[in-house]
Design a protein around this ligand. Sequence first.
Ligand code: NAP
Length: 310
Amino acid sequence: MAARLLDGAAIAQEIRAEMRPAVEAFTAQARRPPGIALVLVGNDPASELYVGSKLKSAGENGLRADIERLPESASVDELLRLVDRLNRSDVHDGILVQSPLPDAMGADAERRVFDAIAPEKDVDGFHPVNVGKLVQGRAGLVACTPSGVIEILERSGIRIAGARAVVIGRSDIVGKPMALLLLHRNATVTICHSRTGDLPKVAKDADILVAALGRPAFVTAEFVKPGATVIDVGTSKVTDRTLVERLFAPGTKRHAAFEKRGALTLGDVHPEVEAVAGALTPVPGGVGPLTIAMLLKNTVRAAELRRGAR
Ligand code: NAP
């Protein structure tokens, strides 16, 4: 039987609708909307696209959003000065620095910049103070993609407490916070990575399997226990015709989309998993829409917390 597809776009819409009264109440009391500054360095087309959708979504939901641009040639110090100005801004409750930063800024630039964002404005949840609060299970600003995954699970009626959860990927922005959020909801969690031995066997133990590795169609049916919930966080833009044709036969919708655009966005989960899993997030339309919804939710929360702290 085919897996139930978990509709991330509909859940994101639900979250945005629920947020509306809080946005209106804040705006009325503070006499300004909750605000977010989106920092974009350079002209990376994918980053332009991401920042553009965040700007649009914020505006549509009654938030103020401003793009702060720096040229590709900007130094880390210039970026740190911009972050410092935004930390002191009264109208910005959240600051998001779009990654990746230009290579010329150096390997440690992202960490230096994320560390410089005031924790109470860190709507990405990357600052060590917020990561520490997450480890301790204290309320704070939590990374958007993993908290979006929790919303999908909870709102789809998937039991987390007592479940065996396997997270493939241990990055600071997805894998680790994902594992912690599941743990705090009483799942028994295993974290896997590129050195995990016999990954299919470990993954097959999962009632909830989260794939966050960034390897298109890597998770095949042999990784999945029949009936398990599979969350596909991966998004890879694929232009390799051989790979696409191995996954989608000519005449299918996805193949036609590839023919039209010359590229497809693929998740980490192989299409054959749909026949084995009990529930599955599609790519696109699964986890992706939640990331922006959670960013807006974090911005409203940051605004309320900052106002409450006065
Ligand atoms: P990342 O920093 O590259 O981390 C990838 C993780 O996967 C690493 O922990 C790596 O293990 C592990 N991994 C890689 N190859 C593996 C393999 N063959 N077997 C087992 N583990 C393997 O990536 P990320 O930032 O976490 O993102 C992961 C994916 O999610 C990407 O496709 C990204 O585009 C997507 N993403 C989507 C959203 C969204 O809104 N939908 C948001 C964020 C990220 P090691 O640690 O051992 O290297």
